[in-house]
Design a protein around this ligand. Structure first.
Ligand code: NIG
Length: 397
């Protein structure tokens, strides 16, 4: 066993249930696990000592919603949107065409580059989705490639009905042969339940088949307008519903109801459906921000994620998402960090492993080139990420 002490930390924000903050702190790592956190003055001896030089420490980001398996460029679509054109799901087809023509080698290199960018920005646990294949062979290829690079893969064959295909026939394909082919590579299944994508009946069919296949469920819901996405997600016990821009009172109540068996003080009990807010996407599509403040006040567990994708949110910067959530969605800095760490971990069902700095958890730790975590929102747009540790190993910075 090898021990490493990270000491001379100006501040540690643990993202535990009490939002514990320790000044003049140290963290002891035993192999890949956190074994002690406390005042630097009380720190135990260790084989190796790292002087953090008055940096702040917090958990590595858990990015629970990205679409990183893609090729091609859609900056022209972005420019048109900034000139007033509305975002529509149809842009997915543009990326699908470019991605289908990319070789395994090119697609893997693009994905590796994006995963490395995320890691350099402090993301130590990464989910990504398929969804730019939209055919049996392509979805299986993307799932296979993704499974070699990221921590968790979500099957999103139900992202868009390919042009010239009958919607019901395509939904049947997603729920049949496609699901069977991707299942060995993925942990979750998702459906884009939205006007222009999949309607309620088709979404229900995808969720039913995916549940039967033993996959965890997620829903893209209520992104471009009100709709049945949130209610379906809760009804099916989905682990998350993502976007959540257009919610009515019944949606918020349904989400809050799903957390009734959960004790936030001990973080135990039956988890409900996490509402994943995607502030970078909201900015890039000029949608109203997801009501993160209202959801938290109603007792809903939320996550913040980057939604890095070529259409609606081409950034993997979780620090940017945290700053935006504080500045625009009225979250406190602590709430935003917890949503981007523990919240993401809850959405992926890995909250016993990662998402907070606690004894026994994996040592996924980011140091900031700043003395306090408040700098993440106080200095928006600055790259404050310093050394990043994943399972106790320095992986970036
Ligand atoms: O999460 N909403 C659906 N999927 C992506 C957008 C994909 C695209 O436009 O390429 C999203 O925003």
């Amino acid at each position: 066993m090898s021990t490493t002490l990270i000491t001379n930390l100006a501040e540690v924000f643990t993202a535990d249930a009490q939002h514990t903050r320790i000044n003049n702190a140290a963290i002891l790592i035993e192999d890949e696990i956190i074994s002690w956190i406390g005042a630097a003055a009380d720190a135990p001896a260790a084989d190796h000592v790292i002087d953090a030089q008055r940096r702040a420490a917090l958990p590595g980001w858990v990015d629970s919603h990205t679409h990183l398996v893609f090729a091609g460029d859609r900056s022209a679509e972005f420019v048109a949107r900034m000139a007033g054109q509305e975002y529509a799901a149809g842009g997915i087809a543009v990326t699908t065409a470019a991605t289908r023509s990319a070789s395994d080698y090119d697609l893997t290199r693009l994905l590796l580059g994006r995963a490395a960018e995320a890691l350099a920005g402090g993301t130590t646990f990464l989910e990504t989705k398929t969804g730019y294949g939209l055919g049996v062979e392509e979805e299986a290829r993307h799932a296979r490639i993704a499974s070699t690079v990221v921590d968790r893969v979500t099957f999103l064959g139900a992202h868009l009905v390919p042009a010239g295909t009958d919607a019901q026939e395509y939904t049947d394909l997603v729920c049949g042969e496609m699901l069977q082919r991707v299942a060995p590579y993925v942990h979750f299944a998702d459906v884009f339940c939205e006007r222009g994508a999949f309607n309620e009946a088709q979404s229900r069919q995808v969720l039913t088949a995916s549940r039967k296949a033993g996959l965890g469920l997620r829903v893209h819901g209520n992104q471009l307008g009100s709709g049945p996405g949130v209610q379906l997600a809760v009804e099916f016990g989905a682990m998350s519903v993502d976007h959540v821009n257009y919610l009515d009172d019944a949606d918020v109540s349904a989400l809050a109801g799903s957390w009734q068996q959960w004790d936030p003080a001990t973080r135990s009990g039956a988890a409900g459906t996490v509402a994943t807010c995607l502030p970078a996407c909201d900015l890039s599509t000029r949608q109203p921000f997801a009501p993160g403040r209202e959801l938290l006040d109603a007792g809903v567990q939320i996550a913040l994620a980057s939604n890095c994708n070529p259409g609606t949110s081409y950034t993997s910067s979780m620090s940017f998402c945290v700053a935006t959530a504080v500045l625009q969605m009225r979250l406190s800095i602590e709430e935003a960090i917890v949503a981007a760490t523990y919240g993401g971990a809850l959405a992926l069902g890995v909250h016993d492993l990662v998402g907070s700095l606690q004894v026994g958890k994996r040592a996924d730790i980011q140091l900031l080139n700043a003395p306090a975590v408040a700098h993440l929102a106080y200095r928006p747009g600055m790259n404050l990420t310093g050394p990043v540790f994943r399972a106790g190993v320095l992986v970036a910075g």
